[in-house]
Design a protein around this ligand. Structure first.
Ligand SMILES: [Fe+2]
Length: 291
């Protein structure tokens, strides 16, 4: 199978964004972090045999027969040391890939897996909030994709949500995250938005699987694969993840786990390129936390 995303017919210049290493303040933070610099990658699945399967969706076809050189990440092209695939290399390669008319999502997932988390490279984007998880834009991808760092405090979790017409690739950079998947609610709940709550139609969301994602694990989801919720179940450790959305989306649908009730939620950023967003723009209608 070959999975491709139609991006658009207009080719754009590849702009590579240099990612600075941590400064003195960041180095102090680094020393305080409880995270190991490297942790073996593992993924545990339950009650869903095809949880990892990349399924075909409209306009997509996925090939298992890609030439092997497509799988070779380009290390050191953005100033990184030879042999090490740095965050700057990942961003540069993403720009190159997304400048094409079609993007192979399987290759993009491979790129995400090829980058091994180095806190010194992403710490400038890791801005926490003590009340909820934050979304921090790293690179807007010329409008083709959004790359962002999400920061999860102890016990933080997202709501159940979809990814409208978009592929989401999520990589754990630090700590552990639990991804819980759900089936789309059955038909009656689709009327909630127009008709308001109707107790007779409300029914709990059906969980289809869950995975414990450790450092450097990558998962992939789109709307044909179901819905999900992401949570940091730890009460003692923070977690950080790297998310790629292609194409970007500004609004998604969230679901109440107990009733299936749908709500539209706008996606906003806590910081952009390492700079916190003005208070006036913050989470006025941001994606709600777990429900
Ligand atoms: Fe998501």
């Amino acid at each position: 199978m070959e999975q491709q995303v139609q991006v658009n017919n207009q080719k754009q210049c590849v702009k590579r964004r240099e990612v600075s290493v941590a400064g003195d303040e960041d180095n102090k933070l680094l020393q305080q972090l409880p995270w190991p610099t490297k942790r073996p990658c593992s993924r545990k699945l339950d009650n869903s045999g095809d949880f990892d399967t990349i399924q075909s969706v409209k306009g997509y076809c996925l090939s298992k027969n890609m030439p092997t050189d497509m799988y070779r990440p380009v290390a050191g092209q953005c100033g990184g040391s030879p042999g090490k695939f740095r965050l700057a290399d990942l961003i540069g390669e993403l720009h190159r890939v997304f400048a094409e008319d079609h993007v192979n999502v399987e290759y993009v997932q491979y790129l995400m897996e090829s980058y091994h988390s180095d806190p010194a490279e992403w710490l400038k984007y890791a801005k926490f909030n003590k009340f909820r998880y934050t979304r921090n834009l790293v690179d807007a991808g010329n409008g083709k994709f959004n790359l962002m760092v999400l920061c999860w405090g102890e016990g933080n979790g997202s709501s159940i949500h979809n990814h409208p017409d978009s592929d989401c690739l999520m990589k754990v950079l630090a700590g552990q995250l639990t991804e819980v998947r759900f089936a789309w609610p059955s038909a009656p709940n689709t009327l909630d938005e127009q008709n308001g709550d109707n107790d007779e139609d409300l029914r709990p969301m059906h969980e289809t699987g869950r995975a414990l994602l450790e450092m450097d694990s990558v998962c992939h989801i789109n709307d044909t694969m179901g819905l999900h919720r992401v949570e940091n179940a730890s009460h003692t450790d923070k977690a950080v993840s790297l998310h790629l959305y292609c194409p970007p989306f500004e609004e998604c649908t969230t679901f109440n786990q107990h009733t299936g009730h749908k709500t539209k939620a706008k996606s906003t950023f806590w910081s952009i390129h390492g700079e916190k967003v003005s208070k006036k723009l913050k989470i006025v209608e941001d994606m709600p936390d777990d429900n």
